[in-house]
Write a protein that binds this ligand. Structure first.
Ligand code: AMP
Length: 308
């Protein structure tokens, strides 16, 4: 029987973001933070597995617990510093450069999945060291109804190629942006890239194209979900993670995970991402109510409706 448990692993971080119109200073970020906040819009039982330093405040951790997320798998290292990432967006906000990545406490992280979540039906391997992603998989109890999702980025392809490929073999759904799909597959055409990534393991390949939406490749039949056209994108950071959170949270809350549920989940992911990019960092996701989330979903439905 499928349960509604979702285990999320990913970074919890401090980010510094520079956009053409603003500089954030040091703010809350990290893949697991965005994924957790976005997944919490669904009726799922969520646990986060991550590591933070002493610099992470109780207030910041509370942002997750207030959303009902179990953080017993979030280790806080005394005297340690949290993962830090600094990035700058180009005038075309689809492009960004990483200016600095400091692993800090992530460098020696040994993840522990809380006992109560080892049978989780949905596991979201968010962006972080593939060795840590593997250690999470190794702790899970067998569950024939399990769906494993993975997100990653160029940083880990450059540094941990073999380990990453081995993790990808064990994954059902991969979410990856277009440039990273090209790097992973060695193909410049996205259809060919998806085919090559299928061969690496995942039955479902989701290629994110930023403001141009997301493509799902499954059984030779692509599905496309447009992003909501927005007047103002304040900060695209975390859009990919929010997408993964909206999708994995929805899947955890379903009785069954099949292609239809994944397509529905992609719409939830798109809705969460459109909320996320409207303000700097996590602030919009933190403030958004479930009504705000539903309103984004309705806008997406209208975007796709040809009768009205
Ligand atoms: P996204 O914009 O969805 O790609 O995610 C941005 C988030 O990923 C930021 O909050 C960063 O803290 C986090 N991040 C950046 N680089 C890495 C990395 N190499 N590994 C894990 N997380 C990262």
């Amino acid at each position: 029987m499928k349960n509604n448990k979702l285990v999320i692993v990913g970074t919890m971080a401090f980010d510094e973001i520079i956009t053409p119109s603003a500089e954030s200073g040091k703010i809350l970020g990290g893949a697991a933070t965005y994924i957790g906040l976005a997944a919490a819009f669904a009726d799922a039982d969520i646990a986060a597995v991550s590591v933070v330093g002493e610099d992470f405040t109780e207030e910041q951790l509370n942002l997750l617990t207030e959303r009902g997320i179990d953080i017993s798998g979030v280790e806080q290292v005394r005297g340690g510093k949290s993962f830090y990432w600094k990035g700058r967006y180009h005038d075309n906000m689809n492009k960004r450069d990483t200016l600095d990545t400091q692993l800090n406490v992530l460098a020696d992280f040994n993840p522990v999945v809380p006992e109560a979540y080892r049978d989780a039906s949905v596991v979201m391997l968010g962006n972080l060291d593939p060795n840590v992603q593997q250690k999470v998989l190794d702790q899970l109890l067998p569950n024939p109804n399990r769906t494993v999702l993975l997100d990653t980025m160029n940083f880990w392809m450059d540094l941990q190629w073999d380990t990453l490929l081995n993790v990808i073999k064990q994954v059902d759904i991969i979410t990856i942006n277009d440039e990273e799909a090209m790097q992973l597959s060695g193909e410049t055409n996205l259809v060919l890239a998806a085919k090559a990534i299928h061969k690496m393991g995942p039955a479902y390949v989701i290629i994110k194209k930023g403001e141009h939406g997301a493509l799902l490749f499954y059984n030779d039949q692509p599905f496309f979900a447009p992003a909501l056209p927005l007047e103002k994108v304040e900060d695209p950071t975390g859009a990919g993670d929010s997408f993964a959170g909206g999708l994995s949270g929805y899947l955890a809350a379903q009785q069954k995970v099949d292609a239809k549920a994944i397509k529905e989940g992609i719409l939830r992911g798109t809705a969460a991402a459109s909320l996320c990019v409207g303000a700097m960092g996590t602030s919009n996701l933190v403030q958004a109510s479930s009504e705000d989330f539903l309103a984004q979903l309705q806008k997406l439905e209208r975007l796709r409706n040809i009768t009205a």
